[in-house]
Design a protein around this ligand. Structure first.
Ligand SMILES: C[S@@+](CC[C@H](N)C(=O)[O-])C[C@H]1O[C@@H](n2cnc3c(N)ncnc32)[C@H](O)[C@@H]1O
Length: 390
C-alpha cells in the first residue's frame, strides 16, 4: 500500500515550478509506513492530489517527486525511464565523435532521482544516493543485464549513506584497477570505484574541447589547475599547446601521465603535484589560458563564506599570469556557488573595476547531463570564460 504524504497548509499549491524535492518541514504527516519500495501519493490539506514521489524516511529531503498531478506513474515507471534515458544518449551518437565515456542516467534530469549511471565503454558505474533507489538496485541491475551491458559496478557513497540511512557500499563486478574510455578520440584511464565521482568528470567533456581550441587560437601555454587525469591538458596538448597541469592527487597525476603516454603525448606537458589553494610557487611563466576547476568547495550554503574568499585568493594569484588577450576559465561544481559568486570572485581581480576581465562565454554540462527545469540543485556546473584586456 502506498503511503500518503499530507503537506502543511502553509506550503501552498506545489507544482513542477517548485522543483521536485519536498522537505520534511513542508510535511504535516505521513499516513502509512514510508516504504522505500512504494510510490507515495502527495496530497495537500484539502486532500487533493499534488503528485507522486519516492520517500526517504530519514532524510530532510523526504520526497522526490516522480510526477505532479492526479495520474500515478505506471507500475513500470523505472524501466520506462531507464529506456528513455538510454535512448536519448544513443540518439546523440557520442561514438561518432570518438566518445565512449558519458553519462547514461542523470538522476532527476532523467526522472530517476537518486540514480546516476556512467558508461565507460561497455562497463557501467551505477551510483545510488537515496534509500528508495537503493531499494530498487536489483530491478535496475536486472534491466541493465537484460540489455547485455558489460561489467556493472555499483557505488552507494558514504555521504549519501549518512543522510539516507543506507549502508555505503562498493560492489564491483570484477576487480579492475582502472576504467577506460575515449573522449573525442583521446584514450583515458581513470581509477575504478571507489574514486572521485564515478571515476571521470564527464560533465566537462564539451568544455574540454572548447577550452583546448581557445588555447590553440591564443597561442600561449595552458595551465590546467585541478587537472585530475589530464582532461583539459591532453585535449590542448593534442592541438600542439604547451601545457602545465596541477593536481594534489598523486593517483590522478599518475594516471594523467599514463594517459598522455597512451595517446603519444609525452613531450610538452609538465605535471605538478600541489595544493591549488597554496602559494603555487612551482607554477612559473605566463599562460594564454588558465582553467581553474576546483573540487566541490561549497557543499553547504554556509561554506560560501569560506569558499568565495578562497577562490578569490586563487584567482588573484593566477590572474597576473594570464597574457593580454588570454583567458581565465573559472569553474564551479557546487550548486550553492552560483554565477553571481563567480562574478564576485572576478570583481576582485586587478583591473576588473576598469573592465579588464569581461566574461566572454558561459558554459555548462553537456547533453548527457539533462536537468529538470526548476530543479536548482541539479544545476551545479558553472564554467565562465573571462578574457584579460590590458
Ligand atoms: C572537479 S575535479 C577536476 C576535473 C578535471 N578538470 C577534468 O576535466 O577531468 C577537481 C580536481 O581537483 C583536485 N583537487 C582537490 N583539491 C585540490 C587542491 N587543494 N589542490 C589541487 N587539486 C585539488 C582533485 O583531485 C580533482 O582532480
Amino acid at each position: 500500500v502506498s503511503p500518503r504524504i499530507e503537506l502543511r497548509r502553509d506550503v501552498g499549491r506545489l507544482g513542477v515550478a517548485d522543483g521536485p524535492w519536498i522537505r520534511r518541514r513542508q510535511i504535516a504527516r505521513i499516513v502509512g509506513a514510508p516504504d522505500p519500495h512504494a510510490v507515495a501519493q502527495v496530497v495537500d490539506r484539502a486532500g487533493d492530489t499534488v503528485g507522486w514521489g519516492l520517500v526517504s524516511a530519514v532524510s530532510s529531503i523526504t520526497v522526490r517527486m516522480l510526477a505532479f498531478g492526479p495520474i500515478a506513474p505506471a507500475d513500470d515507471w523505472l524501466q520506462q525511464r531507464l529506456a528513455a534515458a538510454v535512448a536519448a544518449r544513443e540518439a546523440y551518437r557520442f561514438d561518432e565523435e570518438g566518445t565512449t565515456g558519458y553519462r547514461l542516467v542523470n538522476s532527476e534530469g532523467d526522472g530517476l532521482p537518486g540514480l546516476v549511471i556512467d558508461r565507460y565503454e561497455r562497463d557501467l558505474v551505477v551510483q545510488i544516493t537515496t534509500a528508495p533507489m537503493a531499494a530498487r538496485e536489483g530491478a535496475i541491475l536486472d534491466w541493465l543485464r537484460a540489455r547485455g551491458e558489460g561489467a556493472l559496478h555499483v557505488v552507494l557513497p558514504d555521504a549519501a549513506g549518512k543522510v539516507e540511512g543506507i549502508a555505503p557500499a562498493v560492489r564491483r563486478d570484477h576487480e579492475v584497477p582502472h576504467l577506460t574510455f575515449h573522449e573525442h578520440g583521446l584514450r583515458f584511464d581513470v581509477p575504478a570505484p571507489p574514486s572521485q565521482k564515478t571515476g571521470a568528470y564527464f560533465d566537462q567533456r564539451a568544455n574540454r574541447r572548447v577550452v583546448a581550441h581557445l588555447a590553440r587560437r591564443h597561442g600561449g601555454a595552458l595551465l590546467d589547475v585541478g587537472c585530475h587525469v589530464g582532461g583539459f591538458a591532453l585535449h590542448a596538448r593534442k592541438l600542439g599547446v604547451p601545457v602545465v597541469a596541477l593536481d594534489q592527487s598523486e593517483l590522478a597525476l599518475e594516471l594523467a601521465a599514463r594517459n598522455a603516454a597512451h595517446n603519444g603525448l609525452t613531450g610538452g606537458i609538465e605535471w605538478i603535484r600541489g595544493d591549488m589553494f597554496g602559494a603555487l610557487d612551482a607554477v612559473r611563466g605566463e599562460f594564454g589560458t588558465i582553467v581553474v576547476d576546483p573540487p566541490k568547495i561549497a557543499a553547504r550554503r554556509s561554506d560560501l563564506d569560506r569558499a568565495i574568499p578562497a577562490l578569490s585568493r586563487l584567482a588573484q594569484r593566477l590572474a597576473p599570469r594570464v597574457a593580454d588577450g588570454g583567458h581565465l576559465v573559472l569553474c564551479s561544481c557546487s550548486h550553492h556557488l552560483v554565477r553571481e559568486h563567480l562574478d564576485r570572485v572576478v570583481a576582485t581581480l586587478p583591473g576588473a573595476d576598469a573592465g579588464a576581465w569581461p566574461r566572454v562565454q558561459i558554459l555548462g554540462a553537456g547533453f548527457d547531463h539533462p536537468t529538470m527545469p526548476c530543479h536548482r540543485e541539479g544545476e551545479y556546473l558553472r564554467v565562465d570564460v573571462h578574457q584579460r584586456r590590458g
